[in-house]
Structure formats: structure tokens, C-alpha cells
Write a protein that binds this ligand. Structure first.
Ligand SMILES: [Zn+2]
Ligand SMILES: [Zn+2]
Length: 310
């Protein structure tokens, strides 16, 4: 810890950060979106419903009119990116995505785009912050108004800790696809969906979550015996597809730690999974890890989830 010496006036004590909150607005192949709130900063991860449906969910979550500052997209599939650009324009929000996604039709509708670089934490300033002043690097831009947010913008003494997001590339049949870790005042929320197979090595960069949103897409037997055509079954089960309950439980072993208090099962298939099967797989794994106290919820496609304090 740094201490001022002599008669120098003490610096103001750092303000305790307000808690960060996470709300799943929609989850599943019909559209995905998660709201992150910290202090007065409001961030959307994905906007996979129509703009109208997204607006309805934001109202239900108590978000004031046009008050999102940042939209982060995990990948270009429509169930994640559908209204991302339109919403960014309406909210005058900065849309963050991997550079390779910027020409995607959905994202490109945003007048303001920022390129995400894997593994590099991005500051997400709240309302009133001057994004232009935070431009901290000179990577090539693909849109006239594109900004590259600084990873090292100075912070006024006593100011609350900033909210940051770190993107981690994951295997999926839409390149690039990323997972996100959000950090704020020592608290961490991780969002990991649309992953073709478990990759324990990735867990090192996504570990330490207090709230973890993890894909539990399908039950292997229900998928095999279900209504999908053979080609689609192979795609869902393949390395470019989605995590089964068993694969997700394996990934959970690497991601879950003693600080985890809430696990949200996400992107459940309505045809090839049931909440009961997914919840049972998750609870059994947590019990085997000695983490029986973790709250486990299944995210909904058609309802806004609870406001979770991270
Ligand atoms: Zn998806
Ligand atoms: Zn996808």
C-alpha cells in the first residue's frame, strides 16, 4: 500500500465502488442479451432480439430511456448481434466488437465502433465521460468514427474503480467469437456462451468469477434423438457448435472457485434440453467440487431474469 510521507496532505480515500449488477434480458437461440450495471455505467452484452423487443426488456429491467453507454458483441450470429448496431445508434452507445466483425451488417449500423483486442482489458466509462479523451492507441480503424478505448486512461484520485471488459476468443463456427470477463472493484462477472468444446486452457483467463453465466446448450441424448436434421445435429455437437450439459459441467470444473456465488445456465436449447437436466448436471458438478452453496439459475428465453448483485 502507498502512504504519503511527511506533512503532505493525505490523498482522499478511494470511494468504495458501488456493486456491479448483472441481469439476463434474454437467453437462447431466439436471442441473447445481458445487462451489466456498475455505478451509473450501463452495458449490454449482445442484442440478439429485435430492437423493439430489446427496448421492452430494457424497460422491464428498469433501464431509463436511451441510457446504455456501451454495447459489446460476442459474435456475428443474429441471435447475438441482430439489433446491436441499431440500439447503439439509438442510445448513442459505443459498440465494441472484434475488428473482423465491424463490417458485419448488424454491427456496421452503429455510428461509433471500437475494436476489441483479445486479452486486453477495455475501460467502459459511464455517462459524461469523454470517450475521445480516452483514445490511447493507434490501431487501424475501419470506420470513420471508430475509437480504440485506452487500457490505461488515468483515474482521478478518489474516483471509483472503473468497469473493464476483457474479451477471450473461444471456438465456435463464427470467427471471431469471444467470451467476456467484467471486472469492477474486485468483483468479476464472466459470460461464456456459444462455445464448441471445453477448452480448459481458456479457463485460466476466465476464472475467478463471482457470477458466472455459462452455456448449457443441450442434452446429448435429447439432441441425438430429437427433431433436428442430421447435419444440424452434427453442427451443434461439433467443435464449432455449442456446449452440451456434460461439456459445460467439465468447463465449470475449471471455471468455478471459492468466490463463485451464482451460476446462471445460459443458451439452453428449447428442443434439445430441459432446465431440470441442465440444473442437475450443474448442481452435481458443484457438489463434487464442494461448492454446494452456489446459487444456480437457468436463464429464460422469454422473461427478464433477476437483478444479480455480483
Ligand atoms: Zn447463440
Ligand atoms: Zn453462435
Amino acid at each position: 500500500m502507498y502512504c504519503a510521507a511527511g506533512a503532505e496532505p493525505s490523498p482522499p480515500a478511494a470511494r468504495a465502488p458501488d456493486p456491479v449488477h448483472l441481469t439476463v434480458l434474454s437467453s437462447g437461440s431466439g436471442g441473447n442479451s445481458i445487462l451489466i450495471r456498475a455505478d451509473d455505467t450501463r452495458v449490454l452484452v449482445d442484442a440478439g432480439l429485435t430492437a423493439r423487443a430489446m427496448t421492452e426488456r430494457l424497460v422491464l429491467a428498469g433501464v431509463p430511456h436511451r441510457s446504455i453507454q456501451h454495447i459489446l458483441v460476442t459474435h456475428a450470429h443474429l441471435d447475438h448481434a441482430r439489433s446491436s448496431g441499431i440500439l447503439a445508434k439509438r442510445h448513442q452507445a459505443l459498440l465494441h466488437c472484434p475488428e473482423a466483425m465491424m463490417r458485419n451488417k448488424s454491427a456496421a449500423r452503429s455510428p461509433r465502433l471500437a475494436a476489441l483486442r483479445p486479452g486486453v482489458p477495455v475501460l467502459l466509462p459511464g455517462p459524461g465521460a469523454n470517450s475521445e479523451a480516452r483514445v490511447g492507441d493507434t490501431q487501424s480503424h475501419t470506420a470513420p468514427d471508430t475509437l480504440a478505448p485506452s487500457t490505461s486512461a488515468p483515474r482521478a484520485s478518489g474516483a471509483p474503480a472503473p468497469l473493464t471488459a476483457t474479451a477471450v476468443p473461444i471456438p465456435h463456427d463464427c470467427d471471431p467469437t469471444v467470451a467476456y470477463a467484467f471486472d469492477h472493484g474486485g468483483r468479476r462477472a464472466v459470460i461464456l456462451t456459444d462455445m464448441g468444446e471445453p477448452r480448459p486452457a481458456l479457463a485460466r483467463r476466465l476464472a475467478g468469477a463471482h457470477v458466472l453465466v455459462l452455456e448449457f446448450n443441450h442434452d446429448e441424448r435429447m439432441l441425438a434423438e430429437g427433431p433436428y436434421p442430421p447435419l444440424l445435429k452434427r453442427r451443434v455437437a461439433g467443435v464449432g457448435g455449442h456446449l452440451s450439459n456434460t461439456q459445460a459441467a467439465n468447463m465449470l470444473r475449471y471455471l468455478a472457485g471459492p468466490q463463485l456465488h451464482t451460476l446462471v445456465l445460459a443458451h439452453l436449447s428449447e428442443k434439445n434440453n430441459s432446465p431440470d437436466l441442465a440444473l442437475a448436471a450443474a448442481r452435481q458438478t458443484l457438489a463434487e467440487m464442494g461448492l454446494d452453496g452456489v446459487r444456480v439459475l437457468a436463464a429464460e428465453q422469454h422473461e427478464v431474469g433477476p437483478n444479480l448483485r455480483v
